[in-house]
Design a protein around this ligand. Structure first.
Ligand SMILES: [Zn+2]
Length: 303
């Protein structure tokens, strides 16, 4: 699979656990990628933190200096399904301008829609796709992600409430779950596209991930996963249907395509649904009351 990261340069507006900063979280992830030989990783970035503090540019500088790449993930992370086409298009252009120093160094102009929303009306979908074409972006969808926001919240809640053994156990549970999720996603891709698809994996730069990154990569290697450039994945004909469907569903690529074809597939491996329910419950006290996230969580629970 191609491994990607969303939402660099981390989240300056979020409260990180003691001792962590957006800079330290990014540095820990870069160190783990280097230790594990995972190179050329695209980070789909938001440019609004650069307005808040130009120092965040250093995270993007360091990312590119380490041999990784930057793509466009919009300026302010608007959700297309809740945003007018013109406003979304403007936001893409702002990010295109502010991120140009880093995007221009990448081997490919990659774009990722926030929450992978392609548009909930045909008008939005067509207008935004046309704008991405004008800016020569290739849309990078996601076939595997790991609900890591929920794991991060659950882990932080356990730490905050002194349940340290459970917090430690959660890390091993995540690694087991992640391996099952990747295998499940490879299976659903095969079911939908009829061949072995080069997956596109996504992780968010959260503190919890810095704690489990080495074990995560070791486990995926043990399961036979290899990491390839994003361009190799995007050349797979499976991705030709990217951005072609009007839907407001929050789903990974192959599940969305399957739904459009009238097939309902499990997003989470059935063997791990109960565990995911527990993780969602644990993180509930720390979940922000933000509409986009609420939509996301409701959908994830329903899947
Ligand atoms: Zn995002």
């Amino acid at each position: 699979m191609a491994f990607t990261l969303d939402d660099l340069p981390v989240y300056p507006h979020l409260a990180l656990p003691d001792g962590h900063t957006p800079h330290s979280v990014a540095a820990l992830i870069m160190a783990s990628l280097a230790r594990n030989g995972v190179s050329g990783v695209f980070a789909l970035a938001n440019s609004w933190p650069l307005d808040v503090d130009p120092q965040y540019a250093r995270i993007l500088d360091d990312w590119v200096a380490a041999g990784h790449h930057i793509g466009n993930h919009t300026h302010t992370h608007p959700l297309l399904n809740e945003t007018a086409a013109a406003a979304f298009i403007h936001d893409v252009s702002v990010a295109d301008e502010l991120l140009a120093p880093w995007i221009s160094k990448a081997p490919l102009r990659a774009f990722r829609h926030p929450l992978d929303f392609w548009g909930n009306t045909e008008e939005k979908r067509v207008q935004v796709n046309a704008h991405l074409d004008r800016l020569a972006y290739r849309s990078a969808d996601v076939t595997s992600w790991f609900y890591e926001w929920e794991w991060d919240r659950a882990w932080q809640y356990l730490l905050q409430t002194g349940r340290l053994e459970e917090a430690e156990r959660l890390k091993a549970e995540f690694v087991d779950y992640a391996a099952a999720q990747v295998a499940h996603d490879a299976k659903t891709c095969r079911m939908v596209f009829g061949h072995d698809v080069i997956g596109i994996g996504l992780i968010h730069p959260l503190t919890f991930f810095t704690e489990v990154a080495d074990a995560f990569f070791a486990r995926l290697f043990a399961e036979g996963v290899t990491f390839v450039p994003l361009s190799d994945a995007l050349d797979d004909p499976a991705y030709l249907r990217s951005g072609t469907i009007v839907t407001d569903a929050f789903q990974v690529y192959q599940i969305k395509i399957a739904a459009a074809d009238g097939r309902v597939l499990d997003a989470v491996p059935p063997t791990h649904k109960a565990l995911m329910e527990r993780v969602f419950e644990l993180g509930t006290p720390l979940r922000p009351p933000r509409r986009g996230m609420l939509v996301q969580n409701r959908r994830a629970r329903a899947s």
